[in-house]
Ligand binder design. Structure first.
Ligand code: CP
Ligand code: NVA
Length: 332
């Protein structure tokens, strides 16, 4: 039987395929209980620290609402306002927070900092996004994929189109390889994940019966896909001077209606972890539009707003899957 009590999740490498499936089942049960109005609180008297060295909408609210629904309390640490990240080391921060909190969520830059926290806190640490990985996002994505097809994860085909080295793309690839998904990434060669990472994913995929393929050709890559996934072209913390080069490299990898059709699957769904740049409504969108003369980046507004788009289901499921993770690791 599965027991995740006391466990940290810094990347999907920390979870077996059975543990991932266990969390998805628990998340579905918790979602149904909340919707039916009879959720049982299993985190009463628990205190959870939420550290965000980068901004967040979904991950922060996912953790906060999940905690409140289950009877726990949270403390939010933003990019400023505490000594974290400048005046005090992560090792010392970990030993302080570990004395007061039952678990710690960490969003930051280097994966190494999340590992330091987990090593020294003595309580579960959850990676809420680093430059390298975004494991809790993928739990929500798998839950959403299950909701929109009748297939088992191991029978699904997912194509990520965009920056292959992206944290979400890489965590998706690891998760997919664990549970046996046919996973493809369409990306310019310059932005492919490194060889060591690809070898690791291929080893996992061999064990699970999954597949992993990198491609420069978008249309070939998405053929037969159940889901087409993309993410922003420049992640938080990346140097804005890289914009021009990214736009040049990635414009052929924009998810358009033609790309959706190239799947050959009338039921293909569009996925995005969000936030997305699909119009010029935002400050970033408007400034990039002015500077580079484009009105969308990774996805067209047409695809984003289409019936094939399941991005807000993904966003909602962030909360249900984070709740499952909290209940499984620190619940009564
Ligand atoms: N998808 C995601 O992690 O969103 P936030 O940056 O809003 O948390
Ligand atoms: N790749 C993006 C994901 C945001 C949820 C970033 O790291 O900014």
């Amino acid at each position: 039987s599965i027991n995740l009590h006391g466990r940290s999740v810094l990347s999907l490498d920390d979870l077996s395929a059975d543990e991932i499936r266990f969390l998805l089942k628990l998340a579905a049960d918790l979602k149904a209980a909340k919707q039916a109005g009879h959720e049982i609180p299993r985190l009463v008297r628990k205190n959870i620290a939420l550290i965000f060295e980068k901004d967040s909408t979904r991950t922060r609210t996912g953790f906060e609402v999940a905690a409140y629904d289950q009877g726990a309390h949270v403390t939010y640490f933003g990019p400023s306002g505490s000594h974290i990240g400048h005046k005090e080391s992560m090792k010392d921060t970990a030993r302080v927070l570990g004395r007061m909190y039952d678990a710690i969520e960490y969003r930051g830059f280097a994966q190494h900092q999340a590992e330091l926290l987990a090593t020294h806190a003595g309580v579960p640490v959850y990676n809420g996004l680093t430059n390298e990985a975004h494991p809790t996002q993928i739990l929500a994505d798998f839950m959403t994929m299950r909701e929109f097809t009748h297939k088992h994860l191991s029978d699904m085909t997912v194509a990520f189109v965009g920056e292959g080295r992206d944290n979400v793309a890489q965590s998706l690839a690891v998760g997919a390889a664990k549970v046996g998904i046919d996973m493809r990434i369409a990306s310019p060669k310059e932005l492919w994940p490194d060889d060591e990472f690809c070898a690791h994913v291929r080893t996992l995929a061999q064990r699970s019966g999954g597949r992993f393929r990198l491609d420069e050709d978008v249309k070939g890559c998405v053929e037969g896909a159940d889901f087409i996934y993309t993410d922003v072209w420049l992640s938080m913390g990346e140097d804005k001077s890289a914009w021009a080069e990214r736009i040049r490299l990635l414009t052929p990898y924009r998810v358009t209606s033609e790309v959706m059709s190239a799947s050959g699957n009338p039921h293909v769904k569009f996925m995005h972890c969000l936030p997305a740049f699909h119009d010029t409504e935002t400050e970033v969108g408007a400034s990039v539009a002015r500077e580079f003369g484009i009105d969308c980046m990774e996805v067209t507004d047409q695809v984003f707003e289409s019936g094939a788009s399941i991005v807000f289901d993904q966003a909602e499921n962030r909360m249900h899957t984070i709740k499952a993770l909290l209940v499984a690791t620190i619940g009564n």
